[in-house]
Design a protein. Structure first.
Length: 424
């Protein structure tokens, strides 16, 4: 039997393979991030645990983990070795909490360490657990519920009555509930009026069901802007004219491209200048980006995710067909346009003239951009290809792309949201 390769803690560029998965509160604002380490199928569990420990220490030491989550609360699955031997990780990172499984409750040494860390104000979340009639198992769950501040209750594989029983059991210990597996808006609404602090699931990526699709004037304005920008005859002057009447959009756009993040050799003073410097296609995508990121009726994390997809899709296309990378950016950005607009993708496409390759990817899941979007969606869920020959290279490539895309998305969103000024 061939040896299973040891997964690397970081890739050759020192990039940590990690994904941040948002947990939202009842107002659809960010409650916390869950941090996942994608692991190729078939990887040895003990080897993965060692690599995970090394990766976590590296990411915290060089500050990359803090940059990824900004100043938000984040929960990270921590190995036994990390919790026992590297307790300073939690003590010195107040916004970083540990995610623990129910089996930890049977480890007296580890329980003692968790109690000690809790005394220092450290945060813990209990992963989804079963209410087994086995007394030993129940005692281990109870021991953890006396320590943790949060507990997950998965609702995707439980009857609502059973889920409610789990929630009541958690609340009896004074612990807050995070419901997971919330994969539809109907499920979200089932629990939105209950005593729940956090929601996690694919519902964020899906439009709500509506009987009669209707776009608010602000969203119609965004679609009209996007449609006007699609004219292939548009040059720098035409782009400038299209957004000239939107002073706020122009201000944010120029503020972002002139920021220190991009380190341009000179300041660009107009959209026309920016279009000449970056090129019309690139500038069109920048305008799309600012328009989408400015849709403040939707959860900010959804907007950030659309930006991350756009950047990753562009980077993936660059390594395959460089001539399609700017179109790939549009495909990634628009892959969540149905959810951002809260209508079906078919309805959006009726109002938006797009290249056939983009339409096919978004409506039918075919064409040159469909495989790129599939790779990104799998990465978002912490999933990787199982092909042994490809997985290590794929892991390194996707890790670097994801970190770069997340940093870029956070920077751009800060300008679109108005939290960063043009002088930044």
């Amino acid at each position: 039997m061939p040896a299973i390769p040891l997964p690397t803690a970081v890739n050759d560029d020192g990039i940590l393979p990690i994904v941040r998965v948002p947990i939202l509160d009842k107002k659809q604002s960010l409650f916390a991030y869950e941090l996942l380490f994608p692991r190729p199928a078939g990887t040895d569990i003990e080897a993965a645990s060692l690599a995970h420990t090394q990766a976590t220490l590296s990411a915290i030491a060089d500050g990359s983990l803090k940059r990824l989550v900004r100043d938000n609360r984040a929960f990270l699955h921590m190995s036994r070795d990390l919790l026992l031997e590297h307790t300073d990780i939690l003590r010195h990172n107040a916004r970083l909490g540990a995610s623990v499984g129910a089996e930890v409750g049977m480890d007296e040494q580890l329980l003692a360490k968790l109690r000690e860390l809790k005394g220092h104000g450290c945060l813990f979340v209990l992963e989804d657990f079963s209410l087994s009639p086995d007394p030993e198992h129940r005692a281990s769950v109870d021991a953890l519920l006396r320590i943790v501040q949060f507990a997950k209750v998965a609702v995707d594989h439980r009857h609502p009555v059973a889920a409610r029983a789990h929630m009541d059991y958690v609340h009896a210990f004074g612990v807050k509930v995070i419901v997971t597996g919330v994969d539809s808006h109907e499920t979200y609404l089932d629990y939105a009026d209950q005593d729940v602090d956090g929601f996690q699931g694919k519902y964020l990526l899906r439009p709500e069901r509506v009987d009669m699709p209707r776009l608010a004037p602000s969203k119609l304005g965004v679609l009209r802007l996007m449609g006007a920008l699609q004219d292939p005859d548009n040059g720098p002057i035409e782009l400038g004219k299209i957004i000239r009447d939107d002073a706020i959009l122009s201000y944010k756009l120029l503020g972002c491209v002139n920021s220190a993040y991009f380190a341009l050799p000179r300041q660009l003073k107009s959209v026309e200048q920016a279009a000449v410097f970056f090129g019309v296609n690139r500038m069109r995508n920048w305008i799309f980006t600012m328009a989408v990121a400015g849709m403040d009726e939707r959860p900010p994390e959804l907007l950030r995710l659309a930006l991350i997809r756009a950047h990753m899709c562009e980077q993936l296309a660059r390594g395959i067909k460089p001539e399609l990378q700017e179109m790939a950016f549009t495909a990634g950005l628009f892959s969540l346009l149905d959810t951002l607009m809260n209508v079906s993708m078919a309805y959006v496409m009726e109002h938006l003239p797009l290249a056939i390759e983009i339409r096919e990817a978004l409506l039918e899941g075919v064409g040159p951009f469909a495989p790129l979007l599939d790779q990104i969606r799998h990465w978002e869920q912490g999933e990787l290809e199982s092909d042994t020959a490809l997985r290590d290279q794929h892991l390194q490539t996707m890790a670097a792309m994801y970190v770069d895309a997340a940093n870029w998305a956070d920077h751009v969103y800060a300008f679109a949201d108005g939290t960063v000024t043009a002088e930044a």
